[in-house]
Every structure is written in structure tokens, then in C-alpha cells.
Design a protein around this ligand. Structure first.
Ligand code: PSU
Ligand code: MN
Length: 316
């Protein structure tokens, strides 16, 4: 068996941490990871780049250092420059959407990849980043009992020690089955200031979370306990979209149903499903959903930065 230090030396060959992120981590200062699939596949250009940069600024304004994560030229990047964010946003769908199974070949070929929740967690954990803010996670798709379409995000939450702060999951998924899967895998699902799982564009879903937590301090305390006990896996924090930006549930659910119907008719399958549905919903709602999407990501970035600050305070 190779020694631990040999393994991590080998890992460093693939991992490239930006100077700013490296210095913050070494000093025990708070860092928040951000994903890049939301940039390349989740929003259109140029709003994707504008949003990504605004999210980074929001994290700074709330006392933490942002680390946008991506794969560029075969390197696992923790901390992208504004130029790299512009590159990922402009290249858009032409960047491979990279989940866990995509890493080996992309890296060996020296290619680019937009990291999903799964790969952002993997790279964050390699770098030593504990908190990650995003919009929505993948989950168990509607109809999964026949398609078996279950996002790798759920398996990653079960094994990788990163707190993921999101706005719940879109009802492109079967939210009930997604919660069942997370329960089986032992992933705590927290509602921030709510007992109900938020459904991304709306604050309510009709499904209960495991625990309601009302402060970043308590989020940090629960995650610290998990880490210190050595329990594998992450923690899912669901943070409802601010009331003033939330969409009417009937309106958005009608758009989601239409998008799913079209994806079935066109035979969209596998990794193409989620980006297809996101783009359809955006078109059907004529951009209303995009505004809500941007606001909920900013809201999650604020909470993630504050929570990362609480986690790092206790290190002193
Ligand atoms: N859900 C959203 N927005 C997103 C995604 C999901 O509301 O941008 C992206 C995330 O990167 C997530 C990925 O990790 O899609 C899940 O893809 P799949 O369902 O193929 O696992
Ligand atoms: Mn899938």
C-alpha cells in the first residue's frame, strides 16, 4: 500500500488550488465552494457569468473567500479567475457536464469539465473546503421506477464530507423519492428557517425536512459534530427562495409538466435530461424563472459564507 503522503502527492498532481484559496485554507479562514455546471449548463450567457461573479462578490461581502470549482485543461481547479469563469460561461453547453464517472477520461485527455454538485463536492473535499453553495441539486427523477434515473449527487452526499446549501430541488424531480433516498443513505436534510422542503422556485413543497435550523451557528455546530464523529458523507441544507422572488406554484408547475412531457416525447435520456428541462422551463417562463434562479443562488451564497465563518471561528 502506498503511504498517505504519497497518495496526496499524487492527488496534488491533478488538483490546482488558486493562491487566494490556498492562503485562506492554510490560515483557517472561511472558504465557500461554488459549482460550474450552473454556469455552463444552468443559465444562458451572459447572465451566467454575471451571476457567477456576483455570487463570488456576495461571498466576499459576507466574510468568506469564494472558490469556483471546474475542470480546465485536465486540472481540477479550486478557485477560478474571472477570465476562467468567462471562458466556462461563453463556451456553455460545449463544456462537458462532468459528474463522478467523467473525471478519469476528462483528466487523462486534458479536457475541460463543468462540475456538477457531485464533482464540486469531490474537488472541494480534496482541497479541504467544507461548505458549498449552489442553486438546486439533482435527485430521483419522476418516473425513476422505470428509468432508474437517480442523480449521482445523492450518492456523493452519502460519502463526501461537504455541506451543500441549496434552495431544495425542482419538481422536475420526484421530491418524495429523493427524500427517501437521502434517508436511506443517512444524509441529514435541514430546512433553514423552515420545516418544509423548499422546491427551488417556491418556498413550499408539501414534504417535511428532517430538522429545522434557524442560525448559521447551529448549521456549523451540526456539521462539525458530523465531521468530528467521523460519520461519512455531507449534509444537505435547503434554504427557501426569499418570498419576494418566489414564483406562483401553479404557474411554475405547469411549465415543469410541459417540459417533462416534451422530454419524454423527444426521448431525452441520461445526463442530457436535467439541462434539457432547465432550458425548457426557462423558455416557457420567458426568463421569469431565470430571475428567481439568480436570486436564490445569491441567497444561498450569503448563508454559506456566514456558515463557513462560524465553522472557521471554532478552529481558533
Ligand atoms: N438542478 C438545478 N440546477 C442545476 C442542476 C440541477 O436546478 O444547475 C445541475 C447541478 O450541477 C446538478 C446537476 O448537480 O444539474 C444534476 O444533474 P443530473 O440530474 O444529471 O445528475
Ligand atoms: Mn441522471
Amino acid at each position: 500500500m502506498p503511504s498517505q503522503s504519497k497518495i496526496s502527492n499524487k492527488m496534488n498532481k491533478y488538483l490546482s488550488i488558486s493562491q487566494e484559496v490556498k492562503e485562506a485554507l492554510e490560515a483557517g479562514r472561511p472558504v465557500v465552494a461554488l459549482e460550474s455546471t450552473i454556469i455552463s449548463h444552468g443559465m444562458p450567457y451572459p447572465q451566467n457569468v454575471e451571476t457567477a461573479l456576483k455570487v463570488e462578490q456576495t461571498i466576499r461581502d459576507n466574510g468568506a473567500v469564494p472558490a469556483t470549482i471546474a475542470i480546465i485543461g485536465g486540472k481540477l481547479k479550486a478557485g477560478c479567475t474571472p477570465e476562467e469563469i468567462e471562458y466556462l460561461g461563453k463556451k456553455g453547453q460545449a463544456v462537458t457536464k462532468a459528474s463522478r464517472r467523467d473525471l478519469p477520461v476528462l483528466i487523462a485527455r486534458g479536457e475541460d469539465g463543468a462540475t456538477t454538485v457531485t464533482t464540486t463536492m469531490i474537488i472541494a473535499a480534496m482541497a479541504g473546503i467544507k461548505v458549498f453553495a449552489t442553486g438546486g441539486i439533482g435527485g430521483v427523477h419522476r418516473g425513476a421506477e422505470t428509468t432508474m434515473d437517480i442523480s449521482a449527487d445523492l450518492e456523493e452526499l452519502a460519502q463526501t464530507p461537504v455541506m451543500v446549501i441549496c434552495a431544495g430541488a425542482k419538481s422536475i424531480l420526484d421530491l418524495g423519492l429523493t427524500l427517501e433516498y437521502l434517508e436511506t443513505k443517512g444524509v441529514p436534510v435541514i430546512g433553514y428557517g423552515t420545516e418544509e422542503l423548499p422546491a427551488f422556485y417556491t418556498r413550499r413543497s408539501g414534504f417535511k425536512v428532517d430538522y429545522r435550523i434557524d442560525t448559521p451557528e447551529e448549521l456549523a455546530a451540526a456539521f462539525r459534530a458530523k465531521l468530528e464523529m467521523g460519520l461519512a458523507g455531507g449534509m444537505l441544507v435547503t434554504n427557501p427562495i426569499p418570498e419576494e422572488y418566489s414564483l406562483d406554484p401553479n404557474y411554475i408547475n405547469e411549465a415543469i409538466d410541459k417540459a417533462i412531457k416534451k422530454s419524454v416525447e423527444l426521448g431525452i435520456k441520461g445526463k442530457a435530461t436535467t439541462p434539457f428541462l432547465l432550458a425548457e422551463i426557462k423558455d416557457i417562463t420567458g426568463g421569469n424563472s431565470l430571475d428567481a434562479n439568480i436570486q436564490l443562488v445569491l441567497n444561498n451564497a450569503r448563508l454559506a459564507a456566514r456558515t463557513a465563518v462560524c465553522l472557521s471561528n471554532k478552529n481558533d
